[in-house]
Design a protein around this ligand. Structure first.
Ligand SMILES: Cc1cc2nc3c(=O)[nH]c(=O)nc-3n(C[C@H](O)[C@H](O)[C@H](O)COP(=O)(O)OP(=O)(O)OC[C@H]3O[C@@H](n4cnc5c(N)ncnc54)[C@H](O)[C@@H]3O)c2cc1C
Length: 483
């Protein structure tokens, strides 16, 4: 039986590994020239811009996600995990820098800190459970372990409260302003406090949420290599244009040059986009209408700068405070994380350093208007210059030593990965519901990717990719083979 997977982002690649192992003839169609989707890194004049992974959940065997990363070859010998500690260092020009260590007892005993530590301790055993679909045949079944769920109970009990408040509100109780500013670095404080506490709890677990050396592109290429070594095929620069169901229940996937037949299709591009563009008629199911109405683009501007200077004297990840705020693309930034890759020697020519930053928040409209009125390039340059102006107050060495700059806007993500309004991931806002696509739409048609599971990043991409193949196996009465 043949399955076509649309998209070679992390969810598509993971689906492809499991589908191929389970015996399906597997073809992946990818619009872009490389694997990884938005989880990618690229070179500019010898500098590696790490435009994807900043931390990866599942870098320790204690977290069940680790099994997926290992089974699919995402993590292997060529990309050992680096675990940074301190995680962030505050740079605010007001005295000695302060650091956030993985050992949260080092946060001290200030007002509000004990409460935060208590929340994090409740999440010590919390993780995404990875289960087998009931009724599916599996060669290596995952045993149900009730203890795994019992241990998560303290976190589950706190969840309803943390879901309705933001990270900002959670951190309001931390009286020490400098510490609070440092803690804002952990996770976008505008999103719900559940995401915040969970992220901090993964940092607090020894060895967890590390960074695979070689970056996003190496990890994506590792999974792509697993797909091809198993006999699967990936066609780059081959966007799917339409998916049509045939009367016998099989499918045709149309590309610019061919009509490809398949018994099943797994759609892994941004589901908010797929529902309107990949089918003969836009999908009109209740969930699809809700998605159309409620889903907002989640944007970032990713900025990379190649500097002809060794910046090893500076911390790896700096939470820089800007007072007055940095103004960029119609937004104000009171703080930004600036990543310093000077210790990653492969990332820049000798004696040089690449620094990066991610400027979050809605900016699609700003860039779209700039594209239309012909000021896109000029406005990109203005953002880069505003950033440099501010950062050089903390890192004077960058003055006069900049060799390359690179800014990816939501229009860049839209152009390369066709995500909805150039979204870069999904966030879960306080008190709001998530509006996702179902992993199983019907027999033979499945969705995977970040808008099919809980919010945010690579874990839902991985879990939904695996889950889509489990549905496929159950529907076609095929044994699921994971390794
Ligand atoms: C700057 C940045 C930093 C991030 N940091 C982290 C982090 O530290 N930790 C973390 O967990 N997550 C992080 N993320 C988020 C994470 O990378 C994404 O959530 C995840 O990669 C999404 O994977 P996906 O497979 O669901 O979607 P995508 O990556 O969007 O994959 C979909 C694929 O489909 C392709 N496609 C689109 N249309 C078509 C078509 N018509 N035909 C064929 N192919 C098509 C796209 O080109 C793409 O390759 C970050 C993202 C960015 C951009």
């Amino acid at each position: 039986m043949r399955v076509i997977i649309v998209g070679a982002g992390i969810s598509g690649l993971i689906s492809a590994v499991y589908a191929r192992r389970s015996g399906f003839e597997t073809l992946v169609l990818e619009k872009a020239a490389n694997p990884g989707g938005v989880s990618t890194s690229w070179r500019r004049k010898g500098y590696l811009m790490e435009g994807g992974i900043h931390w990866l959940i599942g870098t320790t065997p204690e977290n069940p996600l680790h099994e997926i990363w290992k089974e699919t070859g995402a993590l292997q010998e060529n990309n050992p995990v680096f675990v940074k500690d301190p995680i962030y260092t505050l740079m605010d020009g007001k005295g000695e820098p302060i650091e956030l260590f993985r050992d949260l007892s080092k946060l001290g005993k200030g007002a509000g800190v004990g409460r935060l530590r208590f929340f994090v301790s409740c999440f010590r055993h919390f993780h995404t459970p990875i289960q087998d679909l009931p009724g599916m045949k599996s060669r290596y079944p995952r045993r149900f372990n009730p203890w795994e769920y019992v241990q998560m109970l303290p976190a589950v009990l706190l969840t309803p409260y943390l879901m309705i408040i933001s990270g900002y509100r959670l951190l309001n109780r931390v009286r020490d302003k400098r510490l609070r500013n440092l803690l804002y670095a952990v996770c976008d404080p505008e999103v719900n406090a559940l995401s915040y506490v969970y992220t901090l709890s993964t940092f607090a677990a020894e060895g967890e949420s590390g960074y695979p050396e070689g970056g996003s592109i190496r990890m994506a290429q590792n999974i792509a290599d697993t797909v091809t070594s198993l006999g699967g095929e990936i066609r780059y620069r081959t966007p799917a244009e339409q998916i049509r169901e045939l009367p016998d229940g099989s499918y045709v996937v149309k590309t610019a040059t061919e009509e490809l037949r398949a018994d099943a299709v797994i759609v892994t591009l941004d589901a908010r986009k797929a529902i309107d563009k990949l089918f003969p008629e836009p999908l009109q199911d209740r969930w699809a209408r809700k998605m159309r109405k409620k889903v907002l683009g989640e944007h970032c501007m990713f900025l990379g700068i190649g500097v002809k200077a060794n910046l090893q004297a500076y911390p790896r990840s700096m939470q820089m405070i800007f007072d007055p705020p940095l103004e960029a693309a119609g937004r104000s930034y009171n703080f930004l994380i600036v990543n310093n890759y000077s210790r990653n020697t492969e990332y820049a020519p000798e004696g040089c350093t690449v620094i990066t930053s991610l400027l979050g928040g809605w900016s699609y409209g700003y860039w779209k208007a700039a594209r239309e009125d012909g000021t896109y390039k000029e406005k990109k340059e203005a953002v880069i210059q505003a950033f440099i102006e501010r950062v050089k107050r903390y890192i004077p060495e960058i003055e006069g030593n900049i060799e390359v700059t690179d800014l990816a806007t939501p229009l860049t993500y839209e152009r390369y990965c066709d995500t909805f309004e150039g979204s870069y991931m999904t966030h879960w806002m306080p008190g709001k519901a998530l509006h996702n696509a179902p992993v199983r739409y019907k027999k033979g048609l499945y969705f995977a990717g970040q808008r099919t599971a809980y919010s945010g990043g690579l874990p839902p991409a991985a879990v939904s990719g695996r889950s889509a193949v489990q549905h496929l196996c159950r529907d076609f009465d095929v044994e699921f083979v994971s390794r």
